[in-house]
Design a protein around this ligand. Structure first.
Ligand code: AMP
Length: 214
């Protein structure tokens, strides 16, 4: 499996990528997760990225392209599910070049489409485990014990960029800088649209049938 999960913030890319990783062993590559880890560690990349991330702006292309290249180069014979990369046309072009070098061409770009009202609902209710990264939602996926991670017991947090001002900014940035990437992949014949409203399992089934796996 060699796919990109594409979509606005809150469209469910991370959730679906996690499921595909568990079921098919394709490596889930999330530039957002890698950047958040770098922020926690306080590395040079993390320090550079933090202010962009907190405001809901994109981190500069050269930073995220370097992260994606490193992750892709260490895959060995595994497949991959890219989540949150590419987010600009320059990133999509860089990705093409890396995958051509690795002889691992993309099979499909799955566009998870969700209306804006639903995106805001999902993002503002999202909670995440700061220790293991497990995602939750106050309405649709609450933890068993209030505010505690089901997997590791840590106290759940709200991401800084899931607060109202940052959400508005992220959706604007998506429209202005990321949505043009759709046209790039449509022209290459790789784009597959998935209606990403409904239950998590239902959406997984739609993705699987589009890429021809069960
Ligand atoms: P995500 O978890 O994918 O929503 O990413 C969280 C934040 O990390 C984004 O709002 C950006 O600030 C940054 N980020 C993640 N991936 C990228 C990317 N491909 N290009 C630029 N910034 C990114």
């Amino acid at each position: 499996m060699r796919i990109v999960l594409f979509g606005a913030p809150g469209s469910g890319k991370g959730t679906q990528a996690g499921i595909l990783e568990k079921e098919f062993g394709a490596v889930h590559i999330s530039t957002g997760d890698t950047l958040r880890e770098a922020v926690v560690k306080g590395s040079a990349v993390g320090m550079q990225a933090k202010s962009y991330m907190d405001r809901g702006e994109l981190v500069p292309d050269e930073v995220v392209i370097a992260i994606a290249k490193e992750k892709l180069a260490s895959l060995g014979s595994n497949g991959f599910v890219l989540d949150g990369f590419p987010r600009t046309v320059a990133q999509a072009e860089a990705l093409d070049a890396v995958l051509a070098e690795l002889q691992k061409p993309l099979e499909a770009v799955i566009n998870l489409s969700v209306d804006e009202e639903e995106l805001v609902r999902r993002l503002s209710g999202r909670r995440v485990c700061p220790k293991c990264g497990e995602p939750y939602h106050v309405d649709s996926k609450p933890p068993t014990v209030a505010d505690k991670c089901d997997l590791c017991g840590a106290s759940l947090v709200q991401r800084e960029d899931d607060k109202p001002d940052a959400i508005r900014n992220r959706l604007r940035v998506y429209q202005e800088q990321t949505a043009p990437v759709l046209e790039y992949y449509r022209r290459k014949g790789l784009l597959r649209d998935v209606e990403a409203k409904g239950g998590i399992d239902e959406i997984t089934q739609r993705i699987k049938s589009l890429i021809g796996v069960r």
